[in-house]
Design a binder for this molecule. Structure first.
Ligand SMILES: NC(=O)c1ccc[n+]([C@@H]2O[C@H](COP(=O)([O-])OP(=O)(O)OC[C@H]3O[C@@H](n4cnc5c(N)ncnc54)[C@H](OP(=O)(O)O)[C@@H]3O)[C@@H](O)[C@H]2O)c1
Length: 296
């Protein structure tokens, strides 16, 4: 029974970073590519060639009409309109599944018509597809958040398994907060490291050496979070209550990289909260730190 599921056919609309990566791994996992559509013919053709088929174009419904699963992997803002256009042009096969891969949008944006016999869902791979190493499976071991109508959720879970990924269900109305968390974990981590690099460069370390110098600290911290959890992974002047060190940081940052002082203070205030939760700060140390870190 499982085997017939694994042979579902699929079409991809929006052949960018995710759509192309997903298609490549679906083919490897035994799913049958029906065709590829994208805004530009060249993107659709590239994805089709990689999947070893010659059905591609810029008119989605001509490609999607025979597929068991339709993935709409356009930018988030075009997903709903693309789905509506496909439905308007009878581009969904009866009992097919349509899914998008957005982290923030719910699957309900795909529910374009009650009379349509199509199950809607979303499967969001919690991974950044900025740089994919050729020949590797970027879904290997990652987590995929799924939600939607039950047959779409079952299909998404099956796909996750076949891509060697893990899946978990998320409430449809919780997607925005779930995605905000992913943005902080990934995008803001990049921003934060950019800030750290800027500070170390101001301290005289060359940009080329910044990652070599900070890399082991970054990786060690992530590893500590994994081993001990957030509270116990926190070290440094705030959790120790070293007021003078924090004051000196603020003084120097204000002089050398003033554009970063605001952010340093805001993150510091939140770090005081983590230290309080850990129970390592006295009430008076907390109060003093909050005063030092207040944005005037
Ligand atoms: N990249 C990631 O790391 C990542 C991770 C998780 C989830 N996602 C989700 O995956 C989806 C796609 O993101 P992405 O990063 O792959 O974006 P992307 O690289 O910009 O790819 C989007 C593709 O859709 C095509 N396109 C744009 N508008 C279209 C339309 N109206 N009709 C048909 N095709 C259209 C684009 O144009 P051309 O045909 O001109 O190339 C492009 O190839 C989004 O929902 C995003 O939230 C992305």
């Amino acid at each position: 029974m499982q085997l017939s599921f694994a042979k579902s056919s699929f079409a991809v609309v929006g052949c960018g970073k995710l759509g192309s990566a997903l298609a490549g791994q679906l083919v490897k996992a035994g799913y049958r590519p029906e065709g590829f559509a994208s805004r530009s013919r060249s993107s659709a053709e590239k994805a089709a060639r990689a999947a070893n088929i010659d059905r591609f174009g810029t008119i989605p419904w001509e490609i999607t009409v025979s597929a068991d699963i339709v993935f709409i992997t356009t930018p988030d803002d075009s997903i709903s309109d693309t789905c509506k256009e496909i439905a308007k042009n009878n581009g969904f096969k009866n009992n097919s599944i349509v899914m998008h891969c957005s982290g923030s949008l719910p699957s309900t944006i795909l529910s374009v018509s009650e009379s349509l016999a199509v199950a809607t869902g979303s499967m969001h791979p919690l991974q950044s597809f900025a740089a994919i190493t050729k020949g590797t499976n970027p879904f290997e071991g990652i987590n995929i958040a799924v939600e939607g109508e039950s047959s779409a959720v079952e299909k998404a879970k099956e796909i996750a398994r076949n891509l060697n990924a893990n899946s978990f269900t998320i409430k449809t109305d919780a997607k925005t907060l779930y995605h905000a968390s992913a943005v902080v974990a990934s995008n803001y981590l990049v921003t934060l490291q950019g800030m750290a690099f800027k500070l170390i460069e101001a301290a005289g370390i060359s940009p080329d050496d910044a990652f070599n110098v900070l890399g082991p600290l970054i990786e060690g911290t992530v590893s500590n979070i994994k081993k001990t959890g957030i509270k116990d992974a926190l070290t440094g002047p705030i959790v120790r209550g070293d007021m003078e060190t924090v004051k000196e940081h603020i003084k120097e940052i204000s002089e050398k990289t003033p554009e970063l002082v605001h952010l340093y203070k805001i993150l510091g205030i939140y770090t005081v909260k983590v230290a309080e939760d850990k129970g390592s700060l006295s009430e008076s140390a907390s109060r003093q730190l909050r005063t030092i870190l207040t944005i005037s």
